[in-house]
Design a protein around this ligand. Sequence first.
Ligand code: NAD
Ligand code: ZN
Length: 360
Amino acid sequence: NVPPRIVDVGATAPYRISIGPGLLDDGDLLATTLRGRHALIVSDANVAPLYADRLEAALRRAKPNLHIARHVVAAGEAEKTLANFGTVIEALAALGATRDASVIALGGGVVGDMAGFAAACWMRGIDCVQVPSTLLAMVDSSVGGKTAVDIPQGKNLVGAFHPPRAVIADTGMLHTLPPRELRAGLAEVIKYGAIIDASFLAWLEAHCDGLLAGDDALLADAIARSCQHKAAITERDPFEHGERALLNFGHTFGHAIEAEQGYAEGLNHGEAVAVGMVLAARLSQALDMATRADADHLQMLLQRFGLPTAIPASLDADALLARMRLDKKTQASGLRFILWDRAGAASVVADVDEAAVLGV
Ligand code: NAD
Ligand code: ZN
């Protein structure tokens, strides 16, 4: 019996994040987030068979007059397309969704981003309730209001800022998540500790085994703390003029690794970010910002969580550097990195010396 953790966020568009096991069956909680008579549940082919019936049954119990439709897309990043976005829009049209309708995004970040973008566009913006089913979606993509789809020219190039109406994170759903996906989400959780919260980092270290074993109370606490940090940072800097960039810790290296290996194979996003955080820490060490002991410690922590900490041997350093030069966030100011000072402290540094980058 784990009581839900509540995180209230958003100054201009406030919303509540509820976190805990069993929330998927809490029809009253779900119903309070819906304003109108129409709800479209958007999910993917892995998640829908596991959870869509429960969600729909809970909604019907709490709100018998609700018109509910379900739209299921194939699973995977390759499906986060304009074409699938179009099918969500068509499903809203078929439902006869009015301005007070809601999209319910039941799935990982792929579903959340695409369904959120469809909600942002239908009638210039309707409510989107995020029901994230991966740890990454619970701690990252469902919070902060960024929605998007990919196009062949790049990931997330078409999208909108559209904060959710509510986020309902049922930690029970994490029990069916492949362990590798859980660890990938934990990489992003560790990131929050590394950049902004030293005591959280120590807490994660102390509870590594329980978190990896899927303990609901520990996961709920870790998700709540992560959401608090993401929400606080994005509220202070919604359009990434400053502090929000810290959330990219490990991501300049990580994105280069993902792009160079091809997105469909090799490391997943969280794993690439884990490697990227170690490289960023080593770069900080080389530039006399972080101590060797701190960088060693971060690497050891990521290893304890079963995450990779070295660049795959098949990838070439010069090719990765070339990718980093192309990264949209580095273009204006030379190579830009989130460098690490110590546990809980990071800073944005522009014009980082390429030789030092190649060195790590
Ligand atoms: P995902 O949505 O592809 O989910 C990963 C896999 O797990 C999929 O195969 C999915 O079907 C499956 N799955 C999901 N939940 C499950 C469950 N409970 N049980 C069993 N299987 C389950 O990937 P993701 O890692 O959740 O999200 C990645 C996406 O998030 C990327 O597109 C990325 O761009 C986006 N993202 C967005 C933001 C943002 O701020 N909007 C932030 C970070 C990442
Ligand atoms: Zn990330």
